[in-house]
Design a protein around this ligand. Structure first.
Ligand code: DX5
Ligand code: ZN
Length: 218
């Protein structure tokens, strides 16, 4: 199952509602919400108020990617009826198991993200408890960066592990995804594809979503 999660980091914020409705209408599976605090990553994006301003619109469910220090303090702010996943970074959590339980206590699916330099083995003790693993294929902080190929090995390893041990997580990739490389990542075993600039820099958003949907298996 290939799912597309356009990252609104690359949207035109002056037309955010309009654009999120357009991609959702065209079949985007999730709205990827990139939250950056200027500490965990060297950039500041937006907070929960911006995400919640989309609540009254017809949109796909939210996939919230928290690139922030101390995520526990903010998890509750991102809980809405439309929030499907909240994803925290392994590198930002001193007590990752507690943070995962915190997310789940709100009835939300819990995900953990790995920076390019963080190996899959750091999640060994938590893979059975989580719903999603997000493999970063760029260093987080900015849209429009180049795909780091080492991410493919991590996707393969995560796919192998879940088959071997019967784990239930889905695998998501984030960073530098385009129509040129999505098939290779899909073949490696990935389920959810985040794409920011490759979607929002297109002239016709709906058409671009259809192209992405066609590039991955149903
Ligand atoms: C990077 C963000 C990504 C980013 C992806 O820190 O987590 O979601 O917006 O943008 P592209 O697809 O342009 O690499
Ligand atoms: Zn992201």
């Amino acid at each position: 199952m290939g799912k597309i999660a356009p990252s609104i980091l690359s949207a035109d914020f002056s037309k955010l509602g309009e654009q999120v409705e357009a991609i959702s209408r065209a079949g985007a599976d999730y709205v990827h919400v990139d939250v950056m605090d200027g500490h965990f990553v060297p950039n500041i994006s937006f907070g929960s108020a911006v995400m919640k301003s989309l609540n009254r619109l017809e949109t796909a469910p939210y996939d919230v990617h928290l690139m922030i220090e101390n995520p526990d303090a903010y998890i509750a702010d991102f809980v809405t009826e439309k929030t499907e996943f909240i994803v925290v970074h392994q590198e930002a959590c001193r007590h990752l198991h507690r943070t995962v339980q915190n997310i789940k206590s709100h009835g939300i699916k819990a995900g953990v993200a790995l920076n390019p330099a963080t190996p899959v083995s750091t999640l060994e003790c938590i893979l059975d408890d989580i719903d999603l693993v997000l493999v970063m294929s760029v260093n987080p902080g900015f849209g429009g960066q180049k795909f780091i190929p080492g991410a493919l090995e991590k996707i393969k390893e995560l796919d192998r592990l879940r088959k071997e041990k019967d784990y239930n997580y889905v695998i998501e990739i984030d960073g530098g995804i385009s129509l040129d490389n999505i098939k290779t990542v899909s073949d490696a075993g990935c389920d959810i594809f985040v794409a920011g600039s490759a979607v929002f820099k297109a002239e016709n958003l709906e058409k671009r979503i259809c192209e992405f949907k066609e590039a991955v298996p149903e």
